[in-house]
Design a binder for this molecule. Structure first.
Ligand code: SF4
Ligand code: SF4
Length: 418
């Protein structure tokens, strides 16, 4: 380096970073606003980046590599590394503590959701549902998953995330975590109470009224990243029956794993290790490595450009499994269809990030009541015929009936087999 850059490299890095981000944002906004409002997915299947071409693979390898180094890179590699130190002014300026790899990750994650959230709002600006939903995702990520935990840490309190709770925050109800919170005075006790209330009371109630979308598409940071930064890759989800079968086995196995592990740890704690010894702690490490890191992080985000954006939510997230069971057996949420209007264009199935073959339901005029549906509403947004509607009915029991009357080009039909 030479000249002024040699004297203050960090300042020049920030100027370069902010300048590039501003330039990219202006370019993005201009290119989206140049087109009329409405879904514009032109060239999405011919672009190398968004259709598993060379750029797609390169980006996937880069993301995966980043997560591998993030989770398993040694402390020597990260501590005092120039990349982390670049965030020192932000971390100290806002929160008065030194940055570490997790601050860097959290910051980049949040900025990605904010910038790409603006893109999503502009792209789907013809849909109020998408605009409000995206604002909600950005709000929860910025406030509840970044600012509040960082402020708590700055005040030497537990770095608690109000938007993540058991079973997604898998160790919050483990005996060690509970003890740690209880030893933190009144605030720790309140955090524990809030966690339990969110998991066992608020989740069933909200899912009864709104389906799993209230969390997966309005609050959760994993869904938030998928619906903003991951939006250009949503069409890559696997729609086959085989994928659906694998999905059901995997996601419910993970849920059983974490329920069993939590119970085991409490029994072990009660018996002071009398029966299970160190097995439960080994299983905790296995879960943390396989599910918490390899699946949720490395595969969940690293494979966006190869497998689509909801791989984690669809195949591995225990919270999605819990919400899905509530949605299927308890909720009033459904996507209604007017099959007579459907022209079988396939847009809805193509852009369903959860791999649901929406078109097949629409053609039959059946309501979509799948446990995996996260209620993102994109199927409805991209439908050129207004066939699909996300609705909260008056009861759970009538949700599979579908519309008895279908309106189509050939006239009005009445379904007699309801
Ligand atoms: S069915 Fe529609 S609302 Fe449900 S996940 Fe798929 S695109 Fe989203
Ligand atoms: S997007 Fe609409 S018209 Fe096209 S297949 Fe789906 S329901 Fe039918």
């Amino acid at each position: 380096m030479f000249g002024p850059a040699a004297k203050d490299p960090a300042l020049f890095f920030y100027l370069g970073f902010v300048g590039s981000a501003a330039g990219l944002s202006v370019y993005m906004v201009r290119s989206i606003l140049k087109k009329p409002a409405g879904v514009q997915n032109n060239h999405i299947f011919t672009s190398s980046l968004t259709n598993r071409g060379l750029w797609g693979w390169a980006f996937g390898i880069f993301l995966t590599g980043f997560y591998v180094v993030l989770y398993w890179g040694s402390d020597d590699l990260w501590n005092d590394s120039p990349v982390v130190l670049l965030f020192d002014p932000i971390s100290r300026g806002l929160f008065n503590h030194a940055p570490d790899r997790w601050f860097l990750y959290s910051f980049v994650y949040t900025v990605s959701i904010l910038i790409m959230g603006v893109r999503a709002i502009l792209k789907y600006r013809h849909s109020n549902y998408q605009i409000i939903r995206t604002c909600s995702i950005m709000f929860f990520q910025l406030g509840f998953a970044f600012l509040i935990p960082q402020f708590l840490k700055a005040m030497s309190q537990p770095e608690y995330y109000f938007s993540y709770f058991w079973p997604l925050d898998y160790d919050i109800l483990f005996p060690n975590s509970v003890d740690a919170l209880l030893s933190n005075g009144a605030l720790g006790v309140w955090m524990l109470i809030i966690s339990a209330v969110l998991t066992f009371i608020a989740t069933p109630i909200l899912t009864y009224f709104f389906g799993k979308r209230w969390y997966c598409s309005w609050v959760c940071g994993c869904g938030g990243l998928a619906n903003t930064a991951g939006d250009p890759f949503r069409q890559l989800s696997d729609k086959t029956m085989k994928a659906w079968k694998i999905e059901r086995w995997m996601i419910h196995s993970v849920l059983l794993f974490i329920i069993g592990l939590t119970i085991l740890l409490w029994v072990n704690s009660y018996l002071e290790g009398g029966i299970f010894g160190s097995i439960s702690h080994t299983l905790t490490k296995v879960y943390a490595f396989l599910i918490g890191q390899a699946f949720a992080g490395v595969v969940g985000v690293g494979f966006y450009p190869l497998l689509g954006t909801r791989v984690w939510c669809r195949f591995g997230c225990p919270m999605a499994a819990y919400l899905g069971l509530l949605q299927k057996y308890f909720s009033r949420f459904r996507i209604t269809t007017n099959g007579g209007q459907c022209i079988s264009c396939g847009n809805c199935s193509t852009y369903c990030e959860m791999g649901i073959d929406v078109q097949a339901y629409a053609q039959r005029g059946e309501n979509i009541v799948r446990s995996s549906c996260v209620g993102c509403g994109i199927c409805s947004t991209v439908c050129p015929r207004g066939v699909l509607n996300l609705e909260n009915g008056s009861t759970h029991t009538d949700r599979e009936n579908g519309n008895p009357i279908t309106f189509g080009n050939d006239g009005v039909g009445l379904k007699m087999n309801l």
